[in-house]
Design a binder for this molecule. Structure first.
Ligand code: FE2
Length: 372
């Protein structure tokens, strides 16, 4: 049998609207899904971006009711998504609108499941839900998570001591509104963290053992748009066009990981976030140079093409860029690195890594990557 392309599946059921004022221009789409919305946010960014006010005005003008759950913390835990789910159920919500960065969007997915399935939040990880989750509408105010076009919800697991994801085909949002204007008020550190998160999704999706021709093309396209914004990220002063490119880059990268998953780099980053308080994108950025070196023997050609597409002159150049963007290093002790490695290897995504790590390999990446 002739075969030049590997068989692949591509499932992306989210209706996406992208561009300035896309929510206002397509308000009727939001109203199709119900008359009682629970809005899930993390506080300031939803308001500061203007997205929350726009959603409330659209709902009010159409006579729809809403309640707001605004206490999603960074890297939300099972307790807070449990409360959001209870609030949705007692309000009789017929849809969930998530507004914010990855944390509120991921919490919105959990709340949508828990609203129709009165289970202990830990059972989200069984990934089989008796009842269909409420429709989820996602409105990102950062450019990096990609959560608006993925099925994943990443929550903090205090019982395990790291972050872990759940999600299946029923937890994709039904609708996503991506307006670059909503990302204009992001402070420079959040802009840098989230941009590197998106780049990490594109890179890991491209290197993943589950990559296919279509995810590859989208990953490389995402990297081309990232390349256009590199200078603006370093200067800390992105203009509207940069914001648009970053948001589009993030959208493309999200559609990639929805198919391919992430890899050991994300798995390692979760431990740095949980134990060292390192922002998610920065955690990936600090480890990326050593992670790529580790995989070079198995995926050298793909790494070279990806880096070239993103405007880097090899792995060392990428490392220099990350050190410029994130100059503060973090201290990790050898025994901590060994513990973090164990946690990383618990993650399903670690199995997607091109070079399967032996014991000690990831600990070495933690130590070298964060101390340069
Ligand atoms: Fe991520």
């Amino acid at each position: 049998m002739m075969k030049t392309m590997n068989e692949f599946k591509f499932h992306m059921p989210v209706k996406v609207f992208f561009g300035a004022d896309c929510l206002n221009n397509n308000a009727s789409e939001l109203l199709k899904y119900g008359k009682r919305a629970l809005i899930v946010t993390g506080g300031h960014s939803a308001h500061r971006s203007g997205a929350l006010d726009d959603v409330i005005r659209i709902l009010n003008e159409s006579g729809a009711d809403h309640e707001i759950f605004s206490s999603v913390e960074n890297n939300p835990g099972l307790d807070s998504v449990g409360r959001a789910g209870e609030m949705a159920a007692s309000f009789g919500a017929d849809m969930i609108v998530g507004i914010g960065g990855g944390s509120p969007l991921d919490a919105a997915k959990a709340a949508a499941v828990l609203a129709t399935n009165p289970i202990d939040p830990i059972r989200l990880y069984e990934n089989v839900f008796q009842n269909k989750p409420l429709p989820i509408v996602a409105i990102p105010t950062t450019a990096g998570t990609g959560s608006e076009v993925t099925q994943y919800s990443i929550l903090t697991r205090k019982d395990v001591g790291t972050k872990m994801s759940f999600g299946n085909e029923s937890t994709f949002p039904v609708l996503a509104f991506l307006d670059p204007n909503y990302t204009m008020s992001m402070p420079p550190d959040v802009t840098a963290n989230t941009a590197v998160d998106a780049f990490s999704h594109a890179m890991e999706g491209y290197l993943s053992k589950r990559a296919g021709p279509m995810s590859d093309d989208l990953a490389l396209a995402s990297m081309r748009y990232f390349a256009m914004c590199r200078e603006a990220l370093l200067s800390g002063d992105p203009n509207y066009t940069d914001r648009e490119n970053l948001l589009y880059s993030s959208l493309l990268a999200g559609t990639v990981i929805a198919q391919t998953g992430t890899t050991a780099l994300h798995a390692m980053g979760y431990a740095l976030t949980y134990y060292k308080g390192v922002a998610h994108g920065r955690a990936n950025g600090l480890l990326m140079e050593e992670y790529l070196r580790f995989n070079e023997s198995e995926a050298g050609d793909r790494i070279a093409l990806a880096l070239k597409t993103a405007g880097f002159d090899g792995i060392a150049d990428l490392g220099n860029f990350m050190r410029s963007l994130f100059p503060d290093r973090i201290e990790i002790l050898p025994e901590e690195a060994a513990d973090f490695e164990k946690l990383a290897l618990l993650q399903r995504s670690a199995k997607n890594t091109p070079r399967l790590p032996n014991l000690g390999d990831l600990a070495a990446i933690f130590l070298t990557g964060t101390h340069k």
